[in-house]
Ligand binder design. Structure first.
Ligand code: P6P
Length: 334
């Protein structure tokens, strides 16, 4: 790995040689990365700052908000609203879209994010992260929520920043997946991995096992076979991980393979799943696919789903290609 390629240099090279990103998108990604640095500093303060605990408010999802959820959301809004690259933003923490105020120039991009995913892990000092997705605003004057309702296949950039032992930004603009580790002395993200590949096979699955009795038959069948290990139909032993922070689980899968499942279950049968399509499943699915993995909702490719609501939920099965295909096949056979 060539030493010290900064995120800025990587993006300039993507713009210049690969033709993947216009300058406005490059600016957008640099601003998002800078916002993630600020969020990382707030997260790292922990009990030393006034950032912990509940914000005593609920978000659109009916979930209690942590102070850091609100801080992260505000950091992303304030960092991105003035740059002239965005028309509007959408966030897990806001019911409606945030249209760039008239006092600033409007751009052609739409930015969606989960400002701090996994925030139930904040108090216990377990990795959390920011997930973001970028779409092009459809032609026409003004901007509405309808403009955001595009399939994941339409994304022009997607990524996350994981706040763990390292603060690492993981990004795709459609030319593979690159990872940038924050160098706190320089204050910049340095390229530490590129052309990330997810192994097509794995011996590691990630699911919240406490929900087993609520799963549909295909998921039960898959997990049962994993648990039977070398004596069972898979003829190999499996390991299990569940960090309850999608960013951390996906980062592990991008780093060493695995399959992540948050499937539909019968606790709330009207909900297709727990995770949100637009700013969790779609960006993570593009990263996984760009790294040679697969991502379905059990029936179809997540990035083909035509969204009908901004905060739409979806069942998620993503990671090592051959495992995702096997689980999806079990759904089709059921
Ligand atoms: P459970 C975090 O709240 C999150 O949205 C994802 O990051 C994570 O994968 C999932 O929910 C964990 O859900 O039901 O295991 O707590």
């Amino acid at each position: 790995m060539t030493k010290n390629i900064s995120l800025t240099r990587y993006l300039v090279e993507q713009q210049r040689s690969e033709g993947h990103i216009p300058s406005q998108l490059r600016l957008l990604l640099e601003v998002v990365a800078r916002a993630c640095k600020s969020i990382s500093q707030a997260v790292n303060k922990g009990d030393l700052g006034d950032v912990m605990g509940s914000a005593e408010s609920e978000n659109i999802q009916g979930e209690m908000q942590k102070k850091l959820d609100i801080i992260a959301n505000e950091v992303l809004i304030e960092a991105n609203e003035w740059g002239g690259h965005l028309a509007a933003m959408a966030s897990e923490e806001m019911e409606g879209i945030y249209v760039v105020p008239n006092r600033y120039p409007q751009g052609e991009y739409l930015l969606l994010f989960d400002p701090l995913d996994g925030s139930s892990n904040i108090e216990v000092n377990v990795s959390i992260g920011t997930i973001f997705s970028v779409l092009l605003k459809p032609e026409g004057t003004g901007v509405s929520e309808q403009d955001f309702l595009q399939a994941g296949a339409k994304q022009v950039a997607a990524g996350y920043c994981v706040y763990g032992p390292q603060t690492t930004l993981v990004l795709t603009v459609g030319d593979g997946v690159a990872m940038f580790t924050l160098d706190r002395e320089q204050g910049s993200f340095i390229l530490t991995k590129e052309n990330v590949k997810v192994p097509e096979d794995t011996k590691e699955f990630a699911i919240n096992m406490s929900n087993m009795r609520h799963w549909d038959a295909p998921v039960k069948r898959y997990v049962d076979e994993c648990l039977q290990g070398v004596e069972g139909p898979r003829a190999k032993d499996f390991n299990m991980r569940w960090i309850a922070s999608m960013v951390a689980d996906v980062h592990r899968i991008l780093t060493r393979g695995g399959v992540f499942m948050y499937p539909w279950d019968k606790r709330e049968p009207n909900k297709p799943g727990k995770l949100r399509l637009m700013y969790e499943a779609n960006p993570m699915s593009w990263l996984i696919e760009q790294a040679g993995g697969a991502a379905t909702n059990g029936k179809e490719r997540i990035m083909d789903i035509a969204p009908s609501k901004l905060h739409e939920r979806v069942s998620v099965i993503l990671g090592s290609k051959n495992e995702v295909e096997r689980i999806t096949r079990y759904h089709h056979e059921a």
